[in-house]
Design a protein. Sequence first.
Lengths: 383, 67
Amino acid sequence: MKPVSVTQVNEYIAGKLRSDLNLKDLPVEGEVSGVSESRGHIYFSLKDNESIMRCAVWASNRRKMNVKLIENGKKIIAVGDISPYAKGGSYSFSIRYVEAYGEGALMAEFNRIKTLLQNEGLFDSKYKKPLPKFPKTVGVVTSSTGAAIEDIKKIITSKNTYTNIIIFPTVVQGAAAPASICENIRLANELNSDGEREIDVLIVGRGGGSAEDLAAFNDEQVAREIFASVIPVISAVGHESDFSISDFVADVRAETPTAAADMAVADTFDLTDDIARYRSLLSDAMRRKVEIQRQQLSGIAALAYSNMTAKLQLSKMTVEKAILSLNENNPRNILRKGYAAVLDNEGHVISDINSINTGEEYDILLRNGIFKAKAGPKERRPE
Amino acid sequence: MTEKTFTEALGDLQNAAGEIGKQTVSLEESMKLFEKGMKDAEYCNGILDDAEQKIEIYDKNGEDDAE
């Protein structure tokens, strides 16, 4: 057999590799090592326990993918083609897409649970409970050692000297986390129903971390426990860009534990100011009201007085007029003018000729005396 | 009468402060509002002043560990 050249062998193998469809769009999982960059291209290796494979991300592809995942020691899933380099007798894995190892599975599970619970109505706004305005006690379901609890304590104590904090030490990542979170949400509710505590609002969450670190808050049972909580729940998981199932099912989502603490409690220093303001408002209004009433009262009194005076004046005048008229008509004044009055035997004045009987005696009244006279013949005259 | 919550008392105080200034409210009503409002204010302040903030790590296995 005639020997072939090295080039021929390499070209032949390269052609085989290029034409094999199994080596196109191939997803490969492995750990990143030996990352280097040159002229915008990224070179590294993917390895597992036994083998290693050279990889490249060409500059033209790197903007389309999350190259931050390509970090020494990180496990990734990369999708690309096996591309041979005939002259060197080698091949490398030319990558077009990367994701963190396990991310796809996590995302699929996230979407499955989200859809399931959504269809059951667990995210409906009609189930959202309002947060109390002035909680006396805030329960916190989180790790007792993480940054989250320190942030929460710091915010609450800076806003008031009023709200108590009960921390339920909770495992927030790893396999034991979902059960621990569920147990403590249940415990908080039991303490309330047993009358042992009066927890007004519950913060459930943790500080930032990787998608795997936050996974417990995407757990179906955790979501159901949050939904079942009688105590309003604020979900506070990771950073503002992190969304978890517990955010959807909780009564309120907070972007961070700090934000959760901030929305949970009122600023009582402001409140004290408010109360003082209301007090002075009450006092001022009361003073004004009394003043207005006093003014009205004095106005009315003055009116009453002047009306009364006028009335008195009028009455006085009427009396005087009456007296005058009385005097004018005093019969004695008439007698003084030389007139006389005829009286019957009962002393009544007779003014009608018909009451006079001829031959009868009558009293005749003069200014200064009285005498008897017998009636002579009478004659009626027209009045 | 059961004791008011802080929220109720503060709400009543806010309400009294709003009502008392109205023209249509009589002097007698105003006096009642004033008296009640002042009581609510005192009550609220009392709660805020007396409150001793407790931070507690709940230990489900037994003793509470209060700070």
